[in-house]
Design a protein around this ligand. Structure first.
Ligand code: AMP
Ligand code: MG
Length: 391
């Protein structure tokens, strides 16, 4: 059995391929840029009026005659003489002959003339060509996460596609002869299958939509075949259940029969001790314990960081913060504990219902408190490490 830190470093250090894909800009939210994006244009592409007003060549005079009008989208040429103003609106191309825009509130308008009540500094109210970015310069650097502002910025440069780190495709293989679909009465001894939909939701949350789900009985041949197919279909295989030591737990044997290399099995943690991690070619496999809270905890602690690292994230672990415990807790297990907690105002409450089978407390948590294997007592007021479940 290995420690949590050893298991985490095995996951972090295993070699990973970073693939890319080209996406329409509109589909690229929350992906990581795979390469620098170079601006194909100056932005603004021309000298642009920032206000509604009058474009003039700056002078000490305050009386101008109006010699024309231009609005956003117009492209007229003007012959603007000394002492002439062009009526202009926000977003319009500023005539070459003008260097300053007077906002309309600072002008007294007569029929064909204006009197400037307040002359601004020369060049006022004009957005200079390329003032945001010039053609050929780096608009966004490789490695940044595309948020809505970044997507808007690239769109205003006329970019319609981006190269991003590819998210892995995932197969979820659910094992258990007792498992039943919801929506129908339970048979004696049956329980409703919840891990697949929960894992799917957790994957959706981080943008993964390419997910296959297969449900199988506790039967060796079906398990071996299910793993073989999942390895063909996906970059990452998540197996639920059947990895413990019971007579009907066939997952480990079936993984080894499929030549998946074991990188670790069993971690000194609670929940989630029977956790198996392995690799075959470029595909990764996590065999997660069947208990629902173990599945989700192992997902947050091990699976999510691996996915985020493959997807190009630099900070791929859940965000960690320190908080004051408002609960007492004894750790007599000698294991690292991951406890469902409610974090509020830098105070962490350890929730009741910490069993690995219980999701009721998980549903109310916004953090996981990590108690190190060597820590026996957590007292009210002690600082504890929390993994944030909401970003
Ligand atoms: P296992 O790891 O297969 O021994 O399963 C441990 C416990 O988790 C058992 O009580 C199972 O019934 C339960 N379990 C396993 N898989 C699921 C699942 N997909 N949905 C809900 N409970 C499950
Ligand atoms: Mg089982």
């Amino acid at each position: 059995m290995i420690s949590v830190n050893e298991a985490l470093s095995i996951v972090a250090n295993v070699s990973k391929n970073h693939a890319y894909k080209t996406l329409s800009l509109g589909d690229a939210l929350n992906y990581i840029l795979y390469e620098d994006v170079i601006s194909p244009i100056d932005m603004p592409p021309f000298r642009q009026s920032a206000m509604d007003g009058y474009a003039i060549k700056w002078s000490e005079d305050d009386l101008f005659s109006i010699a024309g009008e231009t609005k956003a989208g117009d492209s007229h040429e003007f012959t603007q003489e000394e002492g002439e103003a062009i009526r202009i609106f926000t977003g319009a191309l500023v005539p070459d002959t003008a260097d300053t825009v007077i906002i309309q509130e600072h002008v007294k308008r007569f029929k064909d003339n204006i009197l400037i009540k307040k002359m601004p500094a020369k060049y006022a109210n004009i957005r200079q060509r390329g003032e945001q970015i010039s053609v050929g310069n780096t608009a966004l650097k490789k490695g940044i996460k595309l948020n809505e502002a970044a997507i808007g910025f690239l769109a205003c440069l006329g970019i319609v596609q981006v190269k991003v780190y590819k998210l892995p495709s995932v197969s979820i293989l659910v094992t258990g002869s007792e498992l039943q679909e919801g929506g129908r009465p339970l048979k004696p001894g049956g329980i409703y299958e919840s891990n697949s939909i929960m894992l799917k939701a957790a994957l959706y949350q981080i943008g993964i939509k390419n997910i296959q789900i297969k449900k199988i009985k506790d039967d060796y041949n079906t398990t071996e075949e299910g793993i073989e197919n999942a390895l063909c279909d996906s970059d990452l295989v998540l197996i639920s259940g059947g990895i413990s030591v019971g007579d009907y737990d066939f997952v480990k044997k079936a993984l080894l029969a499929n030549q998946v290399e074991e990188l670790f099995y069993r971690v000194n943690q609670k929940p989630g001790k029977p956790l198996w991690f392995g690799k075959k070619d470029d595909a990764f496999v996590f065999a997660l314990p069947g208990n629902p809270a173990s599945v989700l905890t192992c997902f947050y602690v091990y699976v999510l960081p691996l996915i985020r690292e493959i997807a190009g994230f630099k900070n791929y672990h859940l965000k960690k913060v320190s908080a004051k415990s408002i609960s007492n807790f004894k750790n007599t297990s000698g294991k690292t504990l991951f406890l469902k907690a409610k974090l509020q105002n830098k105070k962490a409450e350890l929730l009741t219902g910490q069993s690995s089978s219980m999701l009721n407390s998980f549903a109310l948590s916004n953090a996981i408190v990590v108690i190190d294997e060597s820590t026996v007592d957590v007292k009210v007021g002690d600082q504890v490490q929390c993994l944030l479940l909401e970003n």
